[in-house]
Design a protein around this ligand. Sequence first.
Ligand code: CA
Ligand code: CA
Length: 474
Amino acid sequence: MSSGRRFGLPLLLCLLWLGACELERGRITIPVFGQLEVRSDPSGALIVIDGTSTGLVTPARVDRSAARHRLKLQFTSALGEVFEWEDDVVVPETALAVVDAALVGGCRSNCAPRLQTGRVACVITGRGDFCSTVFNPNRPGDSAWPATSVNEYVAGLRLQVGAVIAPDAVAFAGDTVASLVYADTWRGRSPVSVTSGAAGQVAAFRYWSDPGPTLIRLPLRGIEVGQWVIAPSLPDLADVLYFRFRLRNVTADPRFRAWRPEVPEPGLRYEGLYAGMSLDADIGDADDDVGTTIPDAGVAFLYDLNFRDSTLVSGYPNRPPLVGLVITEAPASAVRRPVSLWRIGEDWERGPGTADDDLDLAYRLLTARLQGSDPFIDCSGPGDDVGACSDDPADYRISLTAGPVTLAPGDSAVFAVALVFAEPVPGTFVSGSALPPGNPRVRGRSIEAVADSLVTRAQRARSLWPQVWTQVGP
Ligand SMILES: [Ca+2]
Ligand SMILES: [Ca+2]
């Protein structure tokens, strides 16, 4: 009656035949395999293909069907830092496919060691930010002073570098380089290691700087940074933490050149290099702080303007501490020790796509070559090299750097900085009463008496530094 019924049987047979044919074809097809050679930096990474572990570690060759596969490499350092790489790879029928991957990752927050020998507690990450509460989960005690309290003062603390690439570098000439130099990539890297001895605790880490995939991407490249954080055990240094940086120009290193072939032969030369640390200390509530420097002592510090901050506990609301930096080592040629202070709204770090003028501003800030048009000069007098000498409370940051240094390919330079905490000297301030910093060029300011114990500790930190490094250094 209907055409459907009439054609029903042949259609069914046809479908069955087609299906059988597919089965037959599936049975007789010989799968084509190819070879994949997997290397990684570092080697020893577990090879996972299409979600299944091969049980092999790099370097290794694996056989896989000639097709697109998902390749994942995983490496965990002794301290639990996790580094990974993942991407699609196509295994060809005839040629050997080679993957050579630089792993990415490191210590974010879950494996960061906490240093504490004296009264300063500080969490170290492999990300180049120290004792910081901003980039870590704000777990009580991650960063504290005194270590037995829950008061945290370091919102951000990191190495900063500013330099100019020499004019003979053609396409790179004149570029300034700056700030937030750590990268996630493994190349040139060693993970955080921590050692303890009679002289104190040391956390060490090494990496090659490059604009990383996270945070702020500024074009510093080709400098290997070795960093050491030292919690010394000497009683005089209970309120001190040292940071040592060795900057080495690796632009002529064959591994760097393989990674960045666009860098011209024979590598880059950095001139006018300044390095040091910047500190964003928040004394309880960050918005009612001020900062200043005592030039003769080479100390820069932040403090609560009226020495009262109800967000602090453990007896510190009426005597919030001063938090400062002092340079304890710099190359002999680094004659200047500039200090810059600036407010949160004057940060030059504006994220990916940072404009050249931001880099120029960063370089001027790190080298304290401020211009009249810069937003943070308040000091009067000739030769201004201190920004934001303001009595107005705000969320301030300090940068303390030394320079200039020239780094030719292969050259290295060492800078060391101490982070110092101190209570305000009793009897020199009144809690609840504003004590503005005034102009650092004027001697005998009231704040100098308040900061006397901080300055004493900072000077002690500087004089004892060679002894400390001799005891704890590699
Ligand atoms: Ca601050
Ligand atoms: Ca405050």
